[in-house]
Design a protein around this ligand. Structure first.
Ligand code: ZN
Ligand code: ZN
Length: 471
């Protein structure tokens, strides 16, 4: 042996550890690293909003978004990446949306159609506006009393950390147009369900009950809605006349899809943990908050968990299509996979601001695990709620299976400033808060994916038939 070789052998014998890979980080260490420096969630939403932009459900724009997400997941090493197709009834907004008060204080108002709105004739419709302060007031209006008229529904949404005013103000959009149509209205405009004062209407879905034909339905920006209300105060009994022109339309059945990818677990026999978001957005918004950020958060968390070692259970990422226009993807996913038990489901779909509360639906059936998760996320400033988690919109399959659900509640104080408006753009994302989301998700998904017992009960894993019986 020459002298150099002898020296090398001596060196390698002296430092055997130098050749061994470093041990993987613990889950806690990896979550802490995410808090300090996660890049994947931001890169996802930055890429999606830059390379794709708005992604209206069922259109070619959404298809480009799904293809983009498929490629991203493959590039990051996810397994079994697919875009599972489904058919849906597709509504498109058209390119005309005008509202004009013609008397007594003639001026234009900024309006956008609501999802499922009908079109006006090309020349528009004109009618007297009937003011309703609340949906209940509209409900109380006599049958036929709105014949030939345009209903206006006001309400005042307020910002709240838990976003709870959406439940108060949302019905103006969800059911108000259908109620107005059922009482004979030829059109309806609502004050946007939102909390900002930009001249940006907040769109969103509405629906019309069976047997009630859709009518033109639009959202006014908040400043324009308030202007209209001031006109009522000054009209001194004169009718306020509104002209509405919109050309949205239903284009029949088109294809959408659910993008799915997996981190494979060590035991493929155990039901997977399902983490969800939705990939579509409204046509008027790049959807950075709703829900590009959510997709970035869940995917980043899955990648972090695998860095701590291959998890026991498979982690399945579901980036659902066509959430906005009626939870088409959620329904299609449940229908296609109802026979495959899910261990637990959780979704990120409330923006990109910090998580402040943890809820589950197993605090009584599996208190040990509930408390373990609560303790693990406390260091990120997350408190424990007392509500039973109900899961996000795209988790129909878990609700249908009566499975375990977790809600990681995000701060919604400014969510409804941006929701379904052109202001939902990348610059609104606060990277420090986005990273806090990824840290909390990493911690929670890592715990769930390494749980050997039933997440719902803490007992042995039920067989698939037993899960089906619970329905
Ligand atoms: Zn959403
Ligand atoms: Zn939305």
């Amino acid at each position: 042996m020459n002298r150099t070789l002898t020296a090398l052998v001596a060196l390698s014998l002296a430092m055997p550890a130098a050749a061994a890979p470093p041990p993987p980080p613990t889950l806690e260490q990896r979550a802490d690293q995410a808090l300090a420096a996660d890049d994947n969630a931001f890169r996802f939403v930055e890429g999606l909003t830059t390379e794709v932009g708005p992604r209206q459900a069922g259109t070619e724009a959404e298809a480009r978004g799904r293809a983009w997400a498929v490629q991203w997941l493959k590039d990051k090493g996810f397994a079994n990446v697919v875009d599972e197709p489904f058919m849906m009834n597709t509504w498109v907004p058209g390119d005309v949306a005008r509202a004009r008060v013609t008397a007594p204080f003639a001026q234009d108002l900024v309006v956008l159609p609501l999802g499922n709105s009908a079109a006006t004739p090309p020349a528009g419709i004109e009618g007297e506006v009937v003011f309703f302060r609340t949906v209940d007031d509209l409900r109380a209006a006599p049958e036929g009393s709105l014949a030939g008229k345009i209903a206006y529904i006001s309400h005042q949404m307020r910002p709240a950390q838990d976003g709870s005013h959406y439940g108060f103000a949302g019905p103006a959009r969800w059911v108000g147009p259908g109620l107005a149509a059922s009482k004979g209205a030829v059109g309806v405009v609502i004050k946007s369900v939102g909390t900002d004062h930009h001249r940006n209407p907040h769109t969103g879905g509405t629906s019309f009950p069976a047997g009630v034909a859709a009518i033109p339905a639009g959202a006014l920006s908040l400043p324009d809605a308030e202007n209209l209300e001031r006109m009522f105060a000054r009209a001194a009994g004169r009718p306020i006349m509104l002209k509405l022109e919109m050309n949205p339309r239903q284009i029949g059945q088109t294809q959408s899809g659910n993008v799915v990818g997996e981190i494979r677990g060590r035991n493929p026999m155990l039901p997977p943990v399902l983490i969800a978001c939705h990939i579509d957005s409204w046509w008027n918004a790049p959807g950075a908050f709703d829900d590009g950020a959510g997709c970035g958060i869940i995917a980043a968390a899955a990648l972090n968990v695998v860095e701590t070692g291959q998890p026991l259970r498979t982690i399945r990422v579901l980036m659902a299509g066509a959430e906005e226009t009626g939870l088409w993807g959620s329904a299609a996913y449940s229908k296609a996979h109802i026979d495959e038990p899910i261990a637990a489901g959780l979704e990120s779909d409330f923006g990109a601001d910090r998580i402040w509360r943890f809820d589950s639906n197993f605090s009584e059936t599996n208190p040990m695990l509930h408390k373990k998760i609560a303790a693990a996320v406390a260091r990120f400033g997350v408190s424990v709620g007392s509500d039973a988690a109900t899961g996000g919109a795209d988790l129909n399959i878990v609700r249908d299976q009566k499975g375990a659900l977790i809600d990681l509640q995000q701060d919604g104080t400014r969510y409804f400033d941006l929701h379904h408006t052109p202001d939902d753009t990348l610059d609104k994302i606060d990277i420090a808060q986005l990273r806090q989301n990824v840290a909390v998700w990493t911690q929670v998904v890592g715990i769930l994916a390494n749980e050997s017992q039933s997440i719902l009960t803490g007992g042995p894993i039920p067989s698939a038939p037993a899960i089906m019986q619970r329905q």
